[in-house]
Design a protein around this ligand. Structure first.
Ligand SMILES: [Ca+2]
Ligand SMILES: [Ca+2]
Ligand SMILES: [Ca+2]
Length: 282
């Protein structure tokens, strides 16, 4: 049988492969094409130890653990390599008679350890009623992450940021690729005055939980007085009753005329009684 010698002169490995996902170690191996007319394809031999020979015809696996027949291509990407591990690769060509060449030069690549990306996001706005924003973690991909909301330094809520926000697609330099990472938290029970709102994104996997851009926010809860609280002291008591009595029957006292029907009378008195708080502030 005619014995052929197939040759691969060069092999490269692309070290610049983008490792987009922490758990998916990738390496792309590329090589110069063999130009013999009866070329049938290539096999990549690889493993986590350097090879022990230069020709698979004599040493078979030659210290590698795996061989892949990749066909007639000049580039191949491995997608499931182990993070932190070093891999060694060699390529051999084979022809239509299944003659196999000796190895190319060997190349290696250290698969980067998994990266825990810091969550990103923003607090877009806050007012007396609610706070809105978004949070995203590249490790979680399209899955939502949680945010923790603090008011005046105290943890108030742990919510899932999964509301639709189409406007954030492309944020973070293009890493955000879907919309469902928004949040809209409605306040309740806040006292009158100013409050500081801090919001933190919860890292996936566990790690640093950064405060979102745009945090903190300061909101102001404005006092709203009940209609019977004529002197605005947040009590409805004898003082307000006295104001009503002093204006009893008047037709030009819009405050004391609680129901705004034109006169201060027993109907307004009934409203005042129904709102009565006595010595307790409302
Ligand atoms: Ca992360
Ligand atoms: Ca009052
Ligand atoms: Ca009235």
């Amino acid at each position: 049988m005619h014995k052929k010698i197939l040759v691969i002169l060069l092999i490269f490995i692309f070290l610049g492969v983008v490792d987009n996902y922490a758990l998916a170690g990738t390496a792309t191996v590329t090589w110069n094409a063999n130009t013999e007319p009866d070329l049938a394809g290539y096999k990549i031999y690889y493993g986590t130890s350097a090879r022990t020979g230069t020709d698979p015809k004599t040493c078979t696996m030659c210290g590698y653990t795996t061989k892949v027949d990749v066909g007639k291509v000049t580039s191949y990407t491995f997608n499931s390599l182990t993070d932190g591990q070093t891999y060694y690769f060699s390529v051999a060509a084979y022809d239509t008679s299944n003659n196999e060449s000796s190895f190319s030069a060997q190349v290696s690549k250290v698969i980067p350890s998994g990266t825990n990306y810091t969550p990103i996001g923003n607090v877009d706005g806050a007012d007396a009623n609610h706070v809105t924003g978004w949070a995203y973690d590249q490790n979680a991909g399209t899955s939502p992450i949680n945010v923790h909301i603090y008011i005046d330094g105290a943890p108030i809520a742990n919510i899932v940021a999964n509301a639709s926000r189409p406007d954030i697609i492309g944020a973070g330099g293009g890493v955000v690729q879907d919309a469902n990472h928004g949040f809209d938290y409605v306040f309740s029970g806040l006292s009158v005055g100013n409050h500081t709102i801090n919001i933190y994104a919860i890292n996936t996997p566990t790690g640093t939980n950064p405060e979102l851009a745009g945090s903190p926010k300061t909101i102001t809860i404005t006092a709203t007085y009940r209609s019977s609280d004529f002197n605005h002291d947040r009590y409805i008591n004898s003082v307000d009753f006295g104001v009503m009595m002093s204006n009893w029957g008047a037709t030009n006292k819009p405050n004391a005329d609680i129901n705004q029907n034109g006169t201060v009378d027993s109907v307004d008195f009934g409203i005042l009684m129904s709102q009565w708080t006595g010595s307790v502030a409302y």
